[in-house]
Design a protein around this ligand. Structure first.
Ligand SMILES: [Zn+2]
Ligand SMILES: [Zn+2]
Ligand SMILES: [Zn+2]
Length: 262
């Protein structure tokens, strides 16, 4: 078996409003700790020469400038809530480098919603320069992007079923508050789990921090990284008291991953 190394870059670790929140003067929103500056939730997988974006968050342009991104080969969508999708038009800048259309992968519901919500991109028409060149690909099971094996994982987000992804020894599960048994089984052997943990108090569609701590117990995961964080969570105060192996995500964080070459 041949192994390849890659990484997952946390582009955004914040909830749908971002942190700081517009108009909020709480200690976290006013904090000068850069780990409390959380853009909308997104990540980038870099491995095997591929640059695979997870979601096109509202802050995509800002995230790409901050990280010096100039190449996106594919996008994996988790679901179509606005914070995960509304940076889609900024994919135009990545078309300039590469004349190919960028494939966007999502569940059948996700693909249908994108098609409906962004008809200026997907409706058949002459090629207009102002629209990004994108093509929708429906996920029906595990697949590969180049040499990178992608395993889609069904997770519950309130009443919705959305997708998380496993890439090698890392899984990325946002947004969620329910993990079906089949997905829990599919996490066997992972070393790193990036997972939604909005805040301390319960929420109808997102895991709380204590719910995630309970969920990962006994799974044998080395590092659990909490993402989609709200302004209730202070990087310094709360990051220091989490159980061993559980950490708060921050924008710009890089996590290693290893996968088997397909
Ligand atoms: Zn979200
Ligand atoms: Zn605040
Ligand atoms: Zn959501």
């Amino acid at each position: 078996m041949t192994f390849a190394h890659g990484s997952l870059l946390i582009l955004g670790s914040g909830t749908s409003t971002g942190v700081p929140m517009i108009g909020c003067h709480c200690p976290v929103c006013c904090s000068d700790d850069p780990r409390n500056q959380r853009s909308r939730c997104s990540a980038l997988i870099r491995c095997g020469g591929e640059h695979i974006l997870i979601d096109t968050a509202t802050d995509l342009r800002f995230q790409a400038l901050r990280e010096g991104l100039h190449q996106i080969d594919a996008v994996l969508y988790t679901h179509t809530h606005a914070d995960h999708v509304h940076g889609i038009d900024d994919l135009r800048s990545f078309n300039r480098r590469d004349q190919q259309s960028i494939p966007l992968y999502g569940s059948p519901e996700c693909v249908a919603t994108l098609q409906r919500s962004f008809s200026y991109i997907f409706a058949p028409q002459d090629n207009r320069s102002f629209r990004p060149r994108l093509r929708l690909e429906t996920i029906t099971g595990p697949f590969a992007i180049g040499s990178v094996p992608i395993i889609p994982l069904a997770i519950g987000h309130g009443d919705d079923q959305v997708l998380g992804y496993r890439i090698g020894n890392l899984a990325y599960l946002t947004d969620c508050n329910r993990i079906p048994a089949a997905t829990r089984a599919a996490l066997a052997g992972i070393k790193t789990l990036v997972i939604d943990a909005l805040r301390f108090s319960p929420h109808p569609t997102h895991f709380s921090i204590s719910e995630v701590i309970a969920f990962v117990q006994g799974l044998g995961i080395d590092r659990t990284i909490l993402t989609h964080l709200s302004h209730d969570v202070d990087a310094r105060q709360h990051g220091a008291v989490l159980p061993a192996g559980i950490e708060l995500a921050y924008d710009g964080q890089v996590l290693p991953l290893i996968f088997t070459l397909s």
